[in-house]
Design a protein around this ligand. Sequence first.
Ligand SMILES: *[C@@H]1O[C@H](CO)[C@@H](O)[C@H](O)[C@H]1NC(C)=O
Ligand SMILES: *[C@@H]1O[C@H](CO)[C@@H](O)[C@H](O)[C@H]1NC(C)=O
Ligand SMILES: *[C@@H]1O[C@H](CO)[C@@H](O)[C@H](O)[C@H]1NC(C)=O
Ligand SMILES: *[C@@H]1O[C@H](CO)[C@@H](O)[C@H](O)[C@H]1NC(C)=O
Ligand SMILES: *[C@@H]1O[C@H](CO)[C@@H](O)[C@H](O)[C@H]1NC(C)=O
Ligand SMILES: *[C@@H]1O[C@H](CO)[C@@H](O)[C@H](O)[C@H]1NC(C)=O
Ligand SMILES: *[C@@H]1O[C@H](CO)[C@@H](O)[C@H](O)[C@H]1NC(C)=O
Ligand SMILES: *[C@@H]1O[C@H](CO)[C@@H](O)[C@H](O)[C@H]1NC(C)=O
Ligand SMILES: *[C@@H]1O[C@H](CO)[C@@H](O)[C@H](O)[C@H]1NC(C)=O
Length: 446
Amino acid sequence: MKFDSKNNPPFSFSSLSHKHNHVFVKFAVLSLLLGLGFRLFVYNPIQFPSETPDPSSLLGENVTFQPPADTSPVSGDLPVDESLPASENLTSRNVTEKCDIFTGQWVPDSSGPYYTSETCQYVETHQNCMKNGRPDSGYIYWRWKPSDCELPKFDPQRFLDFMRNKSFAFIGDSISRNHVQSLLCTLSQVEEAVQVYHDKEYRSRRWHFPSYNFTLSVIWTPFLLKAAIFEDIYGVSSGEIQLHLDKLDTQWTEQYTNFDYVIIAGGKWFLKTAIYYENNTIKGCHYCPGKNLTELGFDHAYRKALQLIFNFFTSSNHKAHVLFRTTTPDHFENGEWFSGGYCNRTGPFKEGEVNLTAVDTTLRNVELEEFEKAVEIGSTKGATLKLIDTTHLSLLRPDGHPGVYREFQPFAKGKHGKLQNDCLHWCLPGPIDSWNDLVMQTLFSG
Ligand SMILES: *[C@@H]1O[C@H](CO)[C@@H](O)[C@H](O)[C@H]1NC(C)=O
Ligand SMILES: *[C@@H]1O[C@H](CO)[C@@H](O)[C@H](O)[C@H]1NC(C)=O
Ligand SMILES: *[C@@H]1O[C@H](CO)[C@@H](O)[C@H](O)[C@H]1NC(C)=O
Ligand SMILES: *[C@@H]1O[C@H](CO)[C@@H](O)[C@H](O)[C@H]1NC(C)=O
Ligand SMILES: *[C@@H]1O[C@H](CO)[C@@H](O)[C@H](O)[C@H]1NC(C)=O
Ligand SMILES: *[C@@H]1O[C@H](CO)[C@@H](O)[C@H](O)[C@H]1NC(C)=O
Ligand SMILES: *[C@@H]1O[C@H](CO)[C@@H](O)[C@H](O)[C@H]1NC(C)=O
Ligand SMILES: *[C@@H]1O[C@H](CO)[C@@H](O)[C@H](O)[C@H]1NC(C)=O
Ligand SMILES: *[C@@H]1O[C@H](CO)[C@@H](O)[C@H](O)[C@H]1NC(C)=O
């Protein structure tokens, strides 16, 4: 089983030879899965949007929603401090400034997650791997161990104390929503959040933690730019995305001054077919054969987007603490999401056993380059920008995705047809929980 970038022919972003075409198609289609994932964030049993499965779905199977089990999270169910391995005393957990918390390895950790599918109501159906019947559970017994220090496990009590009277927003695509659900599940062990806002499709939401007067938001803006997206709720496109490379999505920018902390992320949606606009004029496109437009490449668009985003942060009079999370890798093996690719590994990779794909490498390089420039500009303007570089450590976790367990009991009798794998979003609980260890450490270390 090969799993590396060598299977993807090298390609240039500005030329579309025949050979290169299928690569672009692959990535364009793969990312439709993101579109699918977004729309399935609907579990509120009371306000349940009436959505019927669309037979034209590219996935060729019924998509159904499952309301959550009627269980309330158990407050204080899991002890916080005792869950740390005994070897971790305060000295060894000291994280020095020199320690790069994003370089390290996954080590076994018998303490396990703070929550389960039974104790957290925020887990979206398609990421509820335990409840959907995933048989192995080894994937929840690992923790990220930086090479040069210990990373303290996320402490929900400490986090809520820190966030008293504050507001924190997750801004991005369905992976950001995946991430905020992990945070909500963990925090709800201390206090249950009260939902104070949701949009029609439950993609953007806001919660309040009453005892802490802490407001947590998630804003769905997959490009972070102004974009017209013509997709139904299953991610099936009825027209090219129109993306304005010189305009930010006001959905999040207009709210920005309300936030003390933001974590932004993106990337994968830029792989989709899109027509690029600047000054309301078509400048080119990404993957639009037959359109007689200049192929500008997704890296061009993503770079422009990040420049605009970072410039917004550094030039705004409002100085929130800005965290920028790098792109998340997928783990489809022996195919893509639409061609039988799957992810059924049950443990992490070791260093050197896997390489980032060419596309993820491109996205991440653009991210690091633009972030570095922004930090420099920000430092002259009093703007704090910090990197949450989850790409590599997440790459080592092929075992962390729902795979076929995006669906309830995929192998149950009576089910037929090809099973769809999700090797992009993350199981909850799962490795994505560790992203919050990194967020907390980054926020608390200044
Ligand atoms: C979808 O589900 C409905 C009802 O559950 C069923 O009647 C229909 O045959 C299913 N369609 C497919 C393509 O599986
Ligand atoms: C703390 O841990 C370090 C390294 O694991 C060990 O050398 C040290 O003796 C421990 N200190 C205490 C007080 O347990
Ligand atoms: C722990 O951190 C503090 C300040 O952050 C530093 O002064 C101290 O030397 C560190 N201790 C060790 C053992 O690294
Ligand atoms: C939170 O806000 C309340 C009301 O404005 C204030 O009394 C309290 O001191 C604040 N707490 C913190 C930690 O800022
Ligand atoms: C809650 O926090 C906000 C700031 O985010 C503050 O303006 C407000 O006074 C606080 N309310 C209470 C009841 O502490
Ligand atoms: C944008 O387009 C308008 C006409 O629609 C033109 O007047 C203006 O000069 C253009 N601006 C730039 C920066 O190209
Ligand atoms: C493609 O666009 C160019 C420049 O806009 C134009 O000269 C050319 O005729 C167009 N080709 C086709 C086949 O439409
Ligand atoms: C993963 O799935 C493939 C294809 O179905 C199968 O050949 C392989 O044995 C599976 N591996 C595990 C660990 O289940
Ligand atoms: C990763 O890439 C390096 C350098 O191209 C190569 O030597 C190595 O074999 C690759 N590893 C895997 C697991 O494909």
